[in-house]
Design a protein around this ligand. Sequence first.
Ligand code: KIV
Length: 276
Amino acid sequence: MATAVVRISAETIRARKDGVPIVCLTAYTYPVARLLDDHVDLLLVGDSVAMVLHGHKTTLGASLEMMIAHGQAVMRGSAKACVVVDMPAGSYETSAVHAVASARRIVEETGCQAVKLEGGVDVAGQIAAIVAAGIPVMAHIGLQPQSVEKDGGYKIKGRTPENVAALMRDADAVEKAGAFSLVIEGTVETVAADLTRRIAIPTIGIGASSDCDGQILVIDDMIGLTVDRVPKFVREYADLRSVVAEAAARYAAEVRSRTFPGPAHVFSAKTGKDNA
Ligand code: KIV
């Protein structure tokens, strides 16, 4: 008899501090979740979906409805990975009450294991309230894409003593508020390593340090499907841009030359086969 697959919980991720590195990727769709589920510990339905799949200029284009729809698709496509859904800008900053209501909607409508939100000291109250409501929270400090307009661009963090001190305060605040893990993005390598040693919850790096307790990349960046700018911290493990362009070119040529569809792709009146 086949044994049922047990989904990885946020608590299991928390317990992986200082252990085998935690493998995380973003996922936004059912087929990609199906393909990644066997290989990762955690799938993040990141608000990067607004840029990657919907063509917005920044993650500020993400809405709660968008995150929930993609969260549902990723939950349908995965059985093992811990699924975390991003709280979009505007769904949590103003008050703890609003943050809890938004987090509850995400978890109830998707069935995901946890939510993620950006910020440190400034959102510690929201994290504590969401955790008190029984919903695990992944925090996110360093470069925060939801603050890109305020920051005047995608600026690397941890370059000044004042900023390093602020990052330390942010890490302490989200740990104290009860976050089960912490994404550190776009932060000077040594600072990300120091933050990892400083706190007792796992850190997940992106443009941070190989000393972090885990790593995450945006799936489309990692498979070479990103058509706009690819950040310096990405390693492309495949070149799907070329694969897609070559397939489209071959298909176009075969349609124009009437070599597609071929005999195997059409239905003869004689065979009586009804299913496509
Ligand atoms: O939205 C996202 O994809 C993220 C990851 C890059 C950490 O927040």
